[in-house]
Design a protein around this ligand. Structure first.
Ligand code: ADP
Ligand code: MG
Length: 680
């Protein structure tokens, strides 16, 4: 592998990236330690006169160097060594030279010993290092000393001028840039090691601030660049939308009304909307999407609604058809169950602009589908899509543009992972965010029960009673095939077992390996009440909405993630009836599983779940690499460094307004080669 490739693996692409490759820790070679004073378990620098060197064979082949300092003897042992090293030490012994060794000193049979220390042959009273020795994160095949040499050379040659105006430094109490980087690479003796180690030192603070600022700036710049493009202005009070609102199936909650107004206001602009709609599971995001789609239809434009699973897109199709067909709005569902002929017909209708609204999975934006007049793209459960899929969506919209300048469709993204406002402002600085912060009226919180799987019999009795009472239930299993450990029941086994254990109940089965048509048939039967119990994998995790289902059993609940449990539980509690979610677990529980189940047990509030998930796993894990802002951070942590993050947000706005040139220079310094993430 080339040197460049190795550096690239460390995220180093430009010369300045070397300067920003900051040490993990330091070794102190600025002072010598007397052998009798060497602490246990802590590496130190010692110096001793070389007396002789030999190769010993017991207990295994090794190079042993005997040295002496102030009457104390020191043995250095090397288990992997070259012949040249033996010669080097023999020569040093003849010439009365000394060895300076860095490592841990431990007591041996005949005095102090060190095992393969880092060492250098020196003359008497050679000067010591004046700064701590930095240790950098490295990768296999790239030696620490080679990397260190490159970094320090880049540092010596770099222009370290400050990208921030004096006023910003003063306001946020920030140390100058050049001083901070130099200090981090080569801290002088006496530097505060504790604050360097826990990264609270002012120099670290400055680096984190700069990094957070670069992230904010790049997201805001990407936002502005997209916002500067032209989109078709949609119609916010056209006849279709007015008729729909006039006979809504229910009254919008105040939160739904507020976010709908926010969305419609954006859509009426001749610039692409980039809005994220956040709302807990069941808060009613779909109807807001329908309202946005009608604004497109009223403008004679098409809308596309993309969902992460076929099951969910089918459900959208049913709702949209039910809501919009009476208005004469054409809706088409592109899915795997279509015959080649049907598929071609659907694609042609989309390409000819004959249908107003197309629904489907990411297949909607694959080759072969082109929209005549796409005005709006809705992405449901957007956190489930990868960066690539979102990119292709964006490109599709642009390629399909039919006017000059090209018209870019509006984008509405929806997500049921509500995160605290401070975090969303950092992560989603390239989006406008709307929030549905209340559930439709009449919902009762789901009661959650933790039940050891030894009490499975009681759970079965409960299902029997509920179904006899006209309710419906889900039984969720973690995997579809027998796992390697053989511990997990397959969904197929579970289905057979439950069908036998619950005679007289109409039991159905849905999982990812079923054909699209079978999945659809099962879901439809459950929706229509023809099935009473649905045995399912997590294919029902997102979006599925069957209000009459009021009981859910999650088997092996300890295997699921926190967000997943909350999403699954969100499938019930949608009707007027009291709903119960039973978390069946296999004891003993790991510490992590215990904590997750505790959270799900204690709260039904999506915000609270997200907050505690963030606390347990950190934002990177929770929001995933898929979120555009995350990969831009190496040093700062959005949860721990909240105060810096909000300072950086403020500074970003200010810098963009007062000095865009400097803002760009700052982004270039920090993110050369990484900005792509921000474009998604
Ligand atoms: P999510 O935000 O999870 O996508 P949905 O859009 O699927 O939620 O809505 C959940 C359920 O709530 C659906 O059955 C929907 O019809 C119903 N619903 C949505 N808004 C309201 C409302 N304002 N009043 C009553 N029911 C509503
Ligand atoms: Mg939904």
């Amino acid at each position: 592998m080339s040197a460049e490739a190795k550096l690239a693996r460390l995220g180093i692409r430009s010369r300045f990236d070397l300067v920003l490759h900051l040490p993990l820790r330091y070794e102190d070679e600025t002072a010598l330690t007397a052998l009798p004073l060497a602490p246990v378990g802590k590496p130190v620098l010692v110096e001793a006169a070389v007396r002789r060197a030999e190769v010993a064979y017991r207990p295994r082949r090794q190079l042993v160097v005997h040295a002496e300092c102030d009457g104390e003897s020191l043995a250095l042992r090397f288990f992997n060594f070259y012949g040249s090293q033996l010669k080097q030490f023999e020569r040093a012994a003849e010439q009365g030279q000394r060895v300076r060794a860095f490592g841990e000193v431990h007591p041996g049979w005949f005095g102090a010993e060190m095992s393969h220390p880092r060492y250098r042959i020196v003359r008497e009273s050679e000067p010591l290092a004046t700064a701590l020795t930095p240790v950098y994160p490295t990768t296999s095949g790239l030696g620490q000393s080679t990397l260190r040499k490159q970094v320090l050379q880049a540092l010596a040659e770099a222009e370290l001028e400050d990208t921030l105006p004096e006023a910003v430094l003063l306001r946020h109490g920030l140390a100058p840039f050049g001083e901070s980087v130099r200090l981090l690479h080569l801290p002088p003796p006496g530097a505060d090691l504790a604050s360097l180690a826990d990264r609270t030192h002012p120099a670290w603070r400055r680096m984190k601030f700069d990094e957070l600022l670069a992230q904010q700036l790049s997201l805001r710049l990407a936002y502005r660049a997209r916002r500067a493009r032209t989109a078709p202005a949609l119609v916010s009070n056209g006849p279709l939308l007015r008729r729909f609102l006039g006979k809504l199936p229910f009254a919008l909650t105040p939160a739904q009304a507020r976010v709908s107004a926010e969305v419609l206001r954006d859509l009426a602009q001749p610039h692409p909307m980039q809005r994220l709609l956040q709302g807990d599971v069941g808060s009613g995001k779909t109807i807001v999407a329908a309202i946005a789609c009608l604004a497109a239809a009223d403008a004679g434009r098409q809308a596309a609604v993309m969902a992460p699973t076929e099951l969910l897109s089918e459900q959208h199709y049913r709702k949209f058809s039910q809501w919009l067909a009476p208005l004469g709005v054409g809706v088409v569902w592109l899915h795997g169950g279509l015959s080649a002929k049907q598929k071609r017909a659907a694609q042609e209708a989309i390409a000819a602009g004959e249908v107003a609204i197309a629904l489907g999975t990411h297949a909607l934006f694959q080759r072969g589908v082109s929209f005549a007049r796409l005005g709006l793209a809705v992405v449901d459960e957007q956190h489930r899509f990868g960066v690539q899929q979102r990119l292709s969506l964006r490109k599709k919209g642009e390629a399909g543009a039919d006017a000059a300048p090209p018209l870019v469709p509006h984008q509405l993204m929806m997500s049921a992972t509500p995160i605290p406002r401070t975090l969303s402002m950092s992560y989603y600085a390239d989006l406008d965010v709307s929030l549905i912060d209340e559930l439709p009226p009449g919902r009762r919180p789901v009661a959650t029960r933790l039940v050891a799987d030894a009490r499975r019999g009681e759970v079965l009795a409960r299902i029997r009673d509920a179904c006899a009472d006209g309710q419906q239930a889900y039984w969720v299993c973690p995997v579809i095939e027998e796992s390697k450990e053989g511990e997990l029941q397959t969904v197929l086994d579970t289905y057979d077992l439950l069908a036998r254990e619950l005679p007289g109940l109409r039991v159905g089965l849905v999982h990812g390996r079923l054909s699209a048509a079978d999945k659809t048939a099962a879901m439809q039967a459950f929706c229509a009440g023809r099935l009473q119990l649905l045995v399912a994998t997590t294919v029902i995790e997102v979006g599925v909405d069957v209000p009459n289902a009021s009981l859910m059993v999650i088997e092996h609940a300890e295997r699921f993630g926190l967000a997943q449990l909350h999403q699954l539980r969100g499938r019930i509690g949608r009707g007027a009836r009291e709903s119960v979610c039973v978390l069946l677990y296999a004891a003993p529980l790991s510490q992590g599983a215990r904590e997750r189940l505790k959270v799900v047990f204690e709260t039904c509030d999506g915000f609270e779940v997200a907050r505690r998930d963030l606390h347990l796993r950190g934002p990177g894990e929770v929001l995933g690499e898929r979120q555009s802002g995350a990969p831009l951070l190496r040093f700062a942590d959005l949860e721990r460094d909240q105060e810096l993050a909000s300072a950086a947000r403020e500074a970003a706005e200010e810098l963009l307004a007062s000095d865009p040139g400097r803002a760009r220079a700052h982004v270039a310094r920090w993110l050369s080669g990484r900005q792509d993430y921000a474009k998604v």
